[in-house]
Every structure is written in C-alpha cells, then in structure tokens.
Design a protein around this ligand. Sequence first.
Ligand code: NAD
Length: 274
Amino acid sequence: MTNKVAVVTGGGGILCGELAKTLAKNGAKVAVLDLKKEAADNLAAEINSAGGTAIGVAANVLDKEALEAAHREVLKELGPCEILINGAGGNHPKGTTSMEHFSPDQLDKADLTSFFDLDHEGVEFVFNLNFLGTLIPTQVFSKDMIGKDDCSIINISSMNAFTPLTKIPAYSGAKAAVSNFTQWLAVHFAKVGIRVNALAPGFFLTDQNRSLLTKEDGSMTERGNKIISQTPMGRYGKPEDLNSTLLWLCDPATSFVTGIVVPIDGGFSAYSGV
Ligand code: NAD
C-alpha cells in the first residue's frame, strides 16, 4: 500500500477514523474527508504525528461541488485517488419507530412514533446520506482509478442490510441499498479492474448508537442486552476488528475478489437465536 492515495469519507468518525489510521500505518497517503472539518483535521494531525501522511478535507458527501473541490485538493496535495472508503453514513431518529412491534394503542400516544408517524424527511435524510452519500463520492473519486492497477472501493454496509433490524426501517433499507450498489458497481467496473467490496460491521459502540445501546450510567439498555445475547461472541465489536478485512480487500492478492459484503459481527448474522 506504500504511497497509495486513499480517500476515507466519514474519516473523522470512530470506525472510519480507525480505518484511515490503518491505511496510513500501512503506507498509504490518506485524505480524511468529513463534514466536520475539525474532526478531519484532528485525525490527519494524529496520523502525521505518528509518522504517516494525511490531510484533513471538509466536504459533505451529498454535495457534488464540494466533493469536486475536495478532489482538487487531494490531487494537489497527495495525487490521484486509488482507494476510496465510503464511510460517511448513519441513522436519524426521525426514521425510527419507538416500538419494535405495532399495537393499535400506539395510535393514541403522542409521545410514541409509530410506523404511521414516520417522518418522510427523516427517512429521506437516511436514504440520501447512506446511498447517495456512497454513490456521489464514488462518481467524483473513482475516475482517478480508470486505467490503473490495484484500485479498490470499499463501502460500509451493516447487519441490517442482510435482515432488517427492528425500529430502523430507513437505515435498514438504505444499507441494503449500499450492499446492492456494491454488487452493481463491482459488475459495472469489472472490465476496468476497479474492485468494489463492502464491510458489514456488526454492533460497535459509537456516538451514533450509544444512546440506543447504553444508559447514562454506562449499563446496557434492553436493546443492548438483546444484541449481546444474539452475538455468539458475546461482545460489541472494537473498531480495530475491521482492520484486517479492510487490508485484505485492498490487497492486490485479492485481485479476483469483487462484489462481496463481508460481515464482521462476532457471528451475529450466522445465529438464528436458538
Ligand atoms: P460516526 O458517527 O462516528 O462517524 C460518521 C462520520 O461521518 C462522522 O465523523 C460524521 O461527521 C461524518 N458524516 C456524517 N454525515 C456526513 C456527510 N453528509 N458528509 C461527510 N461526512 C459526514 O459513525 P461510525 O459508527 O464510525 O460509522 C461509520 C460507518 O459505519 C457509517 O456508514 C455507519 O452507518 C456504519 N456502521 C456503523 C456501525 C456501528 O455499530 N457503529 C455498524 C454498521 C455500520
């Protein structure tokens, strides 16, 4: 990976920050791209002070002009993009039901969000961020990969793409779209040698799910307990659990591997619960 240029969207966040550091440790020059400029700059500074090469770049993955400006900055500072990690993503409370199952009494409760109350803008936000937020950066950065060897796009899917999780229909549908797009793009780019694969992390405690999975005192919510009991390895993932799969998928040794979505989930997706 020495001197390969990698762009990591959502690189200011927890999981993709770890992926950015891993790419840098393995010799890549990394553009940490995030909506939050400060988060991107902080991570780039951390990589640089550890002896790596990184720049922080601010851009919204839904804004093509901002991404094109980011692309010009990456070209000038680091060179053409050879590895793209589409990591920016997440859920929104307005695309989430309060209860796992519907019961008619929910219709009278103003403090509950039933299926019938789901907010279209919340659902749209989640679909846009996860799906278009993968497609648009790919349009902008993957043109650099045409005609080059050993270029990879890695999308970030999720467990809910295989089987939807309760309460989060928007996020589940949007990540299913990311997995589907991973396969579509792998086929589309197969003749030009750009490989497209995805990581499907299981449950990792990060800012976007902390309040769903843990209480203020740090103990687990009912949902958190349920997840651990359905995860055969009995724990949440640690960001570093993703590293070896990322490196494997970007390695030229996997040059015949494209269009796969790899679960990294402590066995969650293999377990029927019985
Ligand atoms: P995180 O919130 O720590 O990181 C997400 C980063 O994306 C943040 O730095 C945020 O500023 C950035 N971002 C958000 N919207 C953006 C936009 N429009 N443009 C540019 N950047 C934007 O979350 P995380 O848990 O590290 O998640 C990273 C990826 O992994 C996401 O795609 C998420 O859906 C996926 N994922 C997470 C889990 C988990 O358990 N945490 C499980 C499966 C998949």
